[in-house]
Design a protein around this ligand. Structure first.
Ligand code: AMP
Ligand code: MG
Length: 417
């Protein structure tokens, strides 16, 4: 299990900024170090365990980038008519061809360059005369349309760095080296709970004052997108003793415990107190809207993050707080997503000294520029506000108002997870 340092502190002062909170959370987390080998087909999304050093050059042999005619550029007369007899033909997959002096070889994309040839004329740029000789245009540089061995990646070069979260294009590089399996870190194991007497699982009987648990399936899906192994541990009732006991049990065999609900200041909010009775609270509450009550703590070396229960607050704090924590646990480098500048199609007032995320969708304005339209309502419980928007506008701590026409920073949901 990833172990957390024990010298944690309980947070008592003014509300902490999101950046400070994330810095503290990630600094308290040690990455999972266990390594396993997976087949290439299962490598997407996994964290590369070690630098991948190229065992062969890419491309592995010098070849033609086009369909055309290969020849030695030294054979081209400077001024005279450039008519070359065609002698030979080389197609992809066949090695060992040569080009005779003053002749061209018919060649196809991906075929190895014949010995002696260094340049390929594209078939679209030449014509064949009645004798079947190829008539070459002037102006082509020696070496044109050739892909030298190793031009992409040279043997011995670090092709992929350790700790990289593999994407489909990274897996393609591994395959290009002929490897069938790759060493990755084991998945981060997350125990997931919902909390609340009013929350029931879909499929169960719902009482008149109860609602179906929507957070758990959302958070599980978000975790899986980050490559985690999720233990769905159901719903905890609003009972401190039961809750504390469940958290302590979940600390065994997991790298992170994630809960939603029950972290506010209400009498029936037991996550913080439950955590304090079996572990240590590291921080609680941060200057983020929607969100604010987010608890982070440690139980027997396992991290716990308690998210607020309102679905939008859960979602927003997941992408801005849990995501960096998972990155730290996975051993990958966390890069704060970079907001894209767009024009505000709304006006908005906000409090200073806290970060806000406004739900927006994008459209093209009359002049064609991209503009962000705010979802008309602001409630942190409105699932429709997440469904009907494209992303979040980030309003920094210093901002107090947005006016229509201002340039603001947009974070697409697609980039957040
Ligand atoms: P809490 O943080 O426990 O005070 O909950 C805040 C709000 O979120 C309340 O209206 C809860 O009913 C709601 N809520 C809590 N947990 C969930 C959940 N798992 N799914 C949907 N709504 C929830
Ligand atoms: Mg609750």
């Amino acid at each position: 299990m990833a172990q957390l340092s024990d010298d944690c502190f309980a947070f008592g002062g003014p509300m902490m900024s999101v950046d400070e909170a994330v810095a503290i959370i990630t600094s308290r987390i040690d990455p999972v170090t266990d390594i396993e080998t997976v087949a290439l087909a299962d490598a997407d999304g996994r964290t590369l365990a070690a630098d991948l050093v190229a065992p062969l050059p890419l491309p592995p042999y010098t070849n033609s980038a086009v369909d055309g005619y290969a020849l030695a550029s030294g054979d081209l007369p400077a001024t005279a008519e450039r008519v070359f007899p065609v002698a030979g033909r080389v197609q992809a997959g066949v090695a060992g061809e040569e080009v005779a002096r003053g002749r061209a070889v018919r060649i196809f994309t991906g075929a190895p360059m014949p010995d002696g040839a260094d340049t390929v004329f594209m078939q679209e740029d030449v014509r064949l005369d009645p004798q079947g000789h190829v008539v070459l245009p002037p102006g082509l540089k020696p070496g044109a349309n050739v892909r030298p061995a190793g031009e992409d990646i040279a043997t011995g070069q670090v092709a992929l760095k350790a700790a990289r979260r593999l994407r489909p294009q990274d897996v393609a590089v591994i395959a290009a080296f002929g490897l069938t399996a790759i060493a990755v870190r084991r998945r981060v194991r997350v125990a997931l709970f919902s909390t609340g007497d009013e929350v029931v699982s879909p499929g169960d009987t719902r009482g008149a004052a109860q609602l179906y648990d929507s957070n758990r399936v959302m958070l599980a899906a978000l975790l899986k997108r980050l490559g985690c192994e999720v233990s769905d541990l159901g719903i905890l009732r609003d009972d401190r003793v039961v809750l504390a006991d469940a958290l302590r049990q979940a600390a065994v065999g997991h790298d992170l415990i994630l809960t939603s609900g029950g972290v506010s200041t209400g009498e029936e909010d037991h996550v913080k107190a439950g955590l304090e009775s079996v572990g240590k609270l590291v921080l609680w509450r941060m200057a983020i809207k929607p969100g604010r009550p987010v608890a982070m703590g440690v139980i027997d070396g396992t991290a716990l993050i308690g998210l607020p229960g309102n679905p939008v607050a859960s979602f927003v704090t997941f992408v801005h707080v849990v995501h960096p924590a998972i990155a730290a646990l996975s051993g990958t480098v966390w890069r704060k997503p970079v907001p894209m500048p767009v024009r505000a199609a709304f006006s908005y007032k906000k409090k200073i000294a806290r970060r806000e995320y406004v739900r927006v969708y994008l459209r093209h304005g009359d002049d064609g520029a991209l503009e962000a339209v705010k979802f008309p309502r602001e409630g942190a419980g409105l699932l429709s506000s997440l469904v009907e928007t494209d992303g979040l506008v980030e309003l920094g701590e210093d901002v107090t108002r947005v006016q229509a026409g201002d340039i603001i920073g947009f974070l697409s949901y697609a980039n957040l997870i």
